[in-house]
Design a protein around this ligand. Structure first.
Ligand code: COA
Ligand code: AMP
Length: 637
């Protein structure tokens, strides 16, 4: 980290303060949050390696996101703008109005038995009621778990089983460009699969869907609201959970990342000012989904904690109705900060390579374009910088961390932007790049990216009900560190370059998926002896899953028929979002002598990268046989 601009910069000073005196640094940051009892202590290390922040602080997150701004005289300011490109509708909610709706829905949840610490599963499309349900849950000191609408009933059931909610909140359905997705049959199936068919369900009705709440014996949102008394914010300990968000692990069982109340409010408030440079009166639009961490942090909590206006967009970057949709939303709502995934920019570029549609819109409100979810490839970076004409800032983070590990903190200091890099570590992230033995590698050398413990506020506290899995999944591989599962390198200026995962997680259109989960589904087909799913490079979606299967001996089935079966099974069990569409039958899979499938080598061959075959391979001949299937027309070198 030796270059001059960094030595003198306020970024550098802030970063060093955060590592040198974390207690003071984060207690100062905590002063920007409203507490019922302000914390006097920053960190509780008594259960290390499990750490908690602000152990004696008491607050309510919903109060901080809503009431506080009304009390400060900003009740009339827009809190949330709902823009549905699917329906062609817009609706604005002031802070006062949103606070009223959230308080009332909190009352409705309370009537259905939800209290402090209880869980509420939210399975909703991108409609304002999704954010209202989240904030209402938080208001009661209860814990929400939002499940992305693109997941199939089995995935929803796994989350319901693990979180054991008191209530499920859903809507009639979601709207995709080519079809309407009925949610209610999926919820019904999930409740049965989870063994809780009688769980209370509240349904937000939407026009144009077949099933109604009454058909299932469930409650209607509007009736529940009408019957409810508004509920006041309930005090919780800073260390109490705010939400559980399930994310793909390397096995088929998702991990329930637990976020606390206090650390989350403090960290997100810091990021709004220092990373995004956004505060009261600013409009932030995060074009993601409330089902993902990016949606939790920057569609719902971050902008509202900061007293800014958030845009909740139901639509796609292209096709709703065209590749000018993003530019229209920016102009129409005066967006100052846009946050999206690189895949969305690639989709726009594909449809409108010269960004001709952009010329129809006044984009002067836009200050910065942030991207995350996957690496911002340099081509897309240059195209977006040229087309949009504002700084394009990649930043790197994970469901687990809840906010950026590396970013270019535009509010704090406009550091130079380097194509291909999410810039530098954010406060509290003691980042190192180490080899397999945990030894730090030299600048320019790729290795495992690890973060020294404790992680800063706002990062995961543990995995829901499973401290052991948290420790074994993240904290054991490298002594005293959290393993990010990503590999990368640092350049001589201290800029980090994140190159990819070291495990079996892939990233398809900014969606994090487990190849292990897909293999588990495929392995259930009666014709399949064994299989491997790998993520191949895809020019639009970053990666796409591709399955390689070995048939049981004696089985006669055409590759086409089998492929159709397997594609349908993955869609049924995981969801359309897995985007699993490619299957190849092979004679054998390359394995080590201990039986581990060499997925990385397979991926390197298929993507035409250089590869080395590990010396532990069981039968090197399998690689030669596979090359034709993996890389049509390829040779072995
Ligand atoms: N509910 C139900 N189904 C959904 C869904 C949802 N919320 N979201 C996606 N799907 C379905 C799609 O309809 C599609 O189904 P299909 O196979 O029948 O066509 C499938 O899942 C794959 O969808 P998607 O990945 O969105 O691909 P696409 O080809 O429809 O669109 C992009 C491509 C790039 C436009 C789109 O992926 C996109 O907007 N990506 C941005 C993602 C993002 O913001 N991620 C957040 C990370 S920060
Ligand atoms: P998720 O938990 O769904 O946010 O996915 C997190 C993973 O996505 C990370 O571990 C990375 O592999 C990848 N990722 C997210 N943002 C970036 C980025 N800016 N650059 C590189 N990879 C990223």
């Amino acid at each position: 980290m030796g270059s001059t601009f960094m030595v003198t910069s306020s970024y550098r000073q802030t970063y060093e303060e955060s590592l040198g005196n974390p207690g003071e640094f984060w207690l100062n940051a905590a002063a920007k949050v409203s507490w019922s009892a302000p914390p006097r202590h920053a960190l509780d290390a008594s259960r290390a390696p499990l750490y908690t922040w602000f152990p004696d602080g008491v607050l309510n997150t919903s109060y901080n996101a809503l009431d506080r701004h009304v009390e400060a005289g900003r009740g009339d300011q827009d809190a949330l703008i709902y823009d549905s490109a699917m329906l062609g509708t817009r609706r604005r909610f002031s802070y006062a109005e949103l606070t009223g709706l959230v308080a009332r829905f909190a009352g409705a949840l309370r009537r259905r038995g939800v209290g402090k610490g209880d869980r509420v599963v939210i399975y909703m499309p991108m409609i304002p009621e999704a954010a209202i349900a989240m904030l209402a849950t938080a208001r009661l000191g209860a814990v929400h778990s939002v499940v992305f609408g693109g997941f199939a009933p089995k995935e929803l059931a796994a989350r319901i089983r693990d979180a054991a909610p008191a209530v499920v909140v859903t809507a009639s359905g979601g709207i995709e460009p080519t079809r309407r997705i009925e949610y209610l049959p999926a919820v019904e199936e999930a409740l049965h699969l989870a063994g809780v068919p009688d769980l209370p369900v509240i349904v937000r009705a939407r026009e144009g869907f077949a099933a109604t709440a009454a058909d299932h014996g469930w409650q209607d949102w509007d009736s529940e609201m009408a019957a409810a008394e508004p509920a006041a914010p309930v005090d919780v300990a800073a260390t109490d959970p705010l939400y559980i968000l399930y994310t793909s692990g390397t096995t088929g069982t998702p991990k329930g990342v637990v976020r606390d109340n206090g650390g989350h409010a403090v960290a997100l408030t810091w990021t709004m000012e220092n990373i995004y440079g956004a505060g009261p009166g600013d409009v932030m639009w995060t074009a993601s989904d409330v089902g993902w961490v990016v949606g939790h942090s920057y569609i719902v909590y971050g902008p509202l904690l900061a007293g800014a206006t958030t845009v909740l967009y139901e639509g796609k970057p292209v096709g709703t109705p065209d590749a000018g949709a993003f530019w229209r939303v920016i102009r129409e709502h005066g967006v100052n900060v846009l946050f999206t995934a690189p895949t969305a920019l690639r989709a726009i570029r594909k449809a409108d390579p010269e960004a001709a549609l952009l010329r129809d819109y006044d984009m002067s409100s836009l200050r910065t374009l942030f991207t995350a979810g996957e690496r911002l490839d340099t081509d897309t970076f240059h195209w977006a910088s040229r087309s949009v004409g504002v700084p394009v800032v990649d930043h790197w983070w994970q469901t687990e961390t809840g906010w950026a590990i590396c970013a270019n903190p535009r509010g704090l200091e406009e550091l130079p932007i380097k194509a291909g890099s999410p810039s530098v570590p954010m406060p509290g992230f003691r980042l190192s790049i180490v080899d397999g033995l945990g030894v730090e590698v030299a600048p320019g050398t790729e290795g495992n990216i690890v973060l020294g413990l404790p992680l800063p506020p706002g990062t995961l506290a543990t995995l829901w009900g499973n401290d052991e899995r948290y420790i074994s999944s993240y904290l054991q591989a490298f002594e005293g560190c959290y393993a990010t599962g990503d590999s990368g390198y640092r350049d001589a200026d201290g800029y980090v370059f994140v190159m990819g995962r070291t495990d079996d997680i892939i990233n398809v259109a900014g969606h994090r998926l487990s190849t292990g989960a897909m293999e588990q589904v495929i392995g259930q087909h009666p014709a399949v002896a064994e299989c491997a799913v790998i993520g191949l490079a895809d020019p639009l979606k970053g990666q796409r899953p591709s399955g390689y299967v070995v048939l049981k001996s004696g089985v006669e089935v055409s590759e086409d028929v089998l492929a159709k079966d397997l594609v349908a099974m993955v869609r049924r069990d995981i969801g359309a979002v897995a985007d699993f569409k490619h299957v190849t039958v092979v004679d054998a899979l390359p394995k080590t002598r201990s039986g581990k499938i060499l997925r990385k080598t397979m991926r390197q061959i298929a993507d035409g990268e250089e590869y080395t075959v590990p010396s532990t391979i069981e039968d090197a001949g399998v690689i030669d046989q596979l090359i034709g299937s993996l890389r049509p027309g390829g040779s072995g070198d």
